[in-house]
Design a protein around this ligand. Structure first.
Ligand SMILES: [Zn+2]
Length: 267
């Protein structure tokens, strides 16, 4: 009897989860979704502005222009890719923005809706525009594949009993904001960032290669970038590396995807 009850309970939970799963057209994968795109975007825009207020924008004009220029080219590639695949509506509500902040941290991220931040500490590793395109293409791929919606939903389920984002914002605004910050490693201790899953990392690598190639950057630069990143590990690995493990299997997988990406590469 007890066993039957447990089984019924498991079935009930599974049914609930399936109901809250939605198909993400870009990846063709079902993702847990306790958040609406509208709630996700409005939260993102508020949190992004807050982050910019609390951090120092770079005063290096050349580097700032490079970040904005590479970002704009990747943005155009994403818009073209989505249009070709009849997915343009998936970018509704995006307000793209690219900023370089002054920080020794080796990091970069893209919040939902195209809100990108690059930390100046990653520039010695990206080295040039192509290296920067690897990082920005990868982070933008996480955003357009709605990985943060998925991570936010998982955190809401684990920490706030499966509340929707809208309900959690009303009910527990501070805790909800805290969860948001751990998604991007913003305003919390280093290493407290919620890592992406292996599957999400693979999806972002794959899409990132295509986006950078369409933007006119040689995708082979991705292999070189991840090799430099892994050499940078040292005793105290940077934030970016702890959430983006650059082991040999990752680099091997990227290499195997280069021929496909080269088809999109326009010099
Ligand atoms: Zn990633």
């Amino acid at each position: 009897m007890k066993k039957l009850q447990t089984e019924l309970f498991v079935i009930l939970i599974m049914a609930l989860l399936i109901q809250f799963c939605s198909l993400v057209p870009l990846t063709g994968r079902r993702q847990l979704s306790l958040v609406s795109d509208a709630d996700m975007l409005s939260t993102s825009f508020v949190q992004y502005d807050q982050f910019l207020k609390e951090n120092k924008l770079s005063t290096n004009t050349a580097q700032t222009n490079m970040v904005k220029g590479v970002g704009k080219r990747i943005q155009n590639a994403v818009v073209t890719y989505f249009a070709r695949n009849n997915l343009s509506q998936e970018l509704n509500g995006f307000v793209w923005e690219f900023n370089l902040i002054e920080s020794n941290e080796v990091n970069a991220w893209c919040m939902p809706g195209g809100k990108v931040v690059v930390y100046s500490g990653i520039l010695p590793i990206t080295q040039d525009e192509t290296g920067l395109a690897v990082v920005m293409g990868h982070e933008i791929a996480h955003a357009v594949a709605k990985h943060s919606n998925e991570r936010m939903s998982q955190a809401l389920l684990a920490q706030l009993g499966g509340q929707t984002l809208a309900a959690a914002l009303l009910d527990k605004p501070q805790q909800t904001q805290q969860i948001w910050m751990t998604l991007f490693g913003v305003g919390v201790e280093l290493g407290a960032m919620l890592p992406y899953s292996r599957l999400q990392e693979s999806e972002a690598d794959h899409l990132g290669l295509i986006f950078m190639a369409m933007a006119g950057y040689n995708p082979n630069g991705a292999v070189e970038f991840w090799q430099r990143m892994s050499q940078n590990a040292g005793a105290k690995p940077p934030e970016f590396l702890s959430t983006h493990p650059s082991d040999q299997s990752r680099i091997r997988k990227i290499k195997s995807e280069i021929p496909e990406a080269m088809k999109y590469y326009k010099r």
